[in-house]
Ligand binder design. Structure first.
Ligand code: NAP
Length: 290
């Protein structure tokens, strides 16, 4: 059921075309992944996208490979666009906003991916009642398997919401949350890839300890994590049911589960998300005071 719903939504979004001028401010890891996602999903033609960065080399290779327009001028990029994707580091956001505020128009939509930078701060610094969307994507957007949470500012129109959802759907899955929940999102999916990398690393070492060659253990561990996640997503079943299905009475899995439980694996992961959430709240407060 859940899988059907997700598939229908994905197909619906696939039909959605933005076809507007888009400026991507900061063409680093995340900015580039979103820019490429937009092009590959055919949301807007490449000629309507402007990549803006201080790094000319990055811009040159983007223009050469993907035929987008490029600019080192934030004001030119924003002035010619309707949708602005703010993809610079959080500490750079105030400087960038101050530079672009005089070219921002009422019909602009600003989508920020900067961690911890609140909508109220963006709105106040820009000084206009425009559509502002704050998001928390994750690094898996670079392989079109990202997990993004979106929070809407109060002046965002329905069309702008659909445009934003289509952009992040092009690089993975999207959920909508209240802005207050973005710290928890940062603790779960924003920081989550780091936890899963540790799990993969440990599984590889487990295989190596038991005599497997490292490359063999790596392939098996990676595919196990990938396949397990895919099965949870496509079946729509609760992970505990899937776990029960692979746990034979008196078998290998139940013995391993007992070992994991006795070391508190689940408590550890719950605490990791809670700790990262609290750290995100602290960083957010610091950024609001800059
Ligand atoms: N990476 C993640 O996993 C992740 C996850 C969720 C959210 N985010 C958010 O995504 C944002 C970007 O992260 P990232 O990892 O993509 O960083 P990044 O790779 O460092 O990209 C930022 C880009 O902005 C450029 N830049 C710096 N100052 C600029 C200016 N004044 N005008 C235009 N461009 C400028 C940088 O150039 P230089 O490199 O030459 O300085 C760099 O190319 C951050 O706000 C972060 O909080 C990241």
């Amino acid at each position: 059921m859940a899988a059907d719903k997700a598939k229908k939504k994905h197909e619906h979004d696939k039909r959605h075309r933005i076809n507007k001028e888009i400026a991507v401010l900061g063409t680093g890891n995340m900015g580039t992944s979103l820019l490429l996602g937009i092009i590959k999903a055919g949301l807007t033609p490449a000629r309507k996208i402007t990549g803006c960065d201080i790094n000319k080399e990055k811009l040159r290779s983007l223009a050469k490979e993907w035929h987008v327009r490029t600019s080192t001028s934030l004001r030119d990029a924003v002035g010619g666009a309707e949708i602005v994707l703010l993809c610079v580091k959080p500490m750079t956001v105030p400087k960038v906003l101050k530079e672009i505020k005089t070219v921002v128009r009422d019909n602009h939509l600003v989508i920020s991916i900067a961690a911890g930078v609140r909508i109220a701060f963006l709105q106040e610094t820009i000084g206009r009642k425009i559509g502002i969307i704050r998001t928390m994507p994750n690094i898996a957007s670079t392989v079109d398997e990202g997990a993004t949470a979106i929070a809407y500012g109060e002046h965002v129109s329905e069309v702008q919401k659909r445009d934003a959802e289509a952009i992040f759907n092009a690089v993975g899955d999207v959920v909508t949350v209240a802005e207050e929940q973005l710290d928890a999102v940062t603790g779960l999916s924003g920081s989550g890839p780091a936890y899963i990398y540790m799990v993969i690393e440990a599984l590889i070492d487990g295989g190596v300890k038991m005599g497997l060659a490292r490359d063999v253990a790596t392939r098996l561990a990676v595919q196990t994590v990938l396949g397990s996640a895919k099965l949870v997503k496509s079946s729509g079943l609760h992970p505990a049911i899937l776990r029960d299905q692979v746990t034979t009475p008196g078998g290998t899995a139940i013995n391993a589960i007992h070992e994991l439980e006795s070391h508190g694996l689940r408590s550890m992961l719950i605490n990791a998300v809670a700790t990262a959430t609290r750290r995100s709240e602290e960083l957010s407060k610091v950024l609001s005071q800059t």
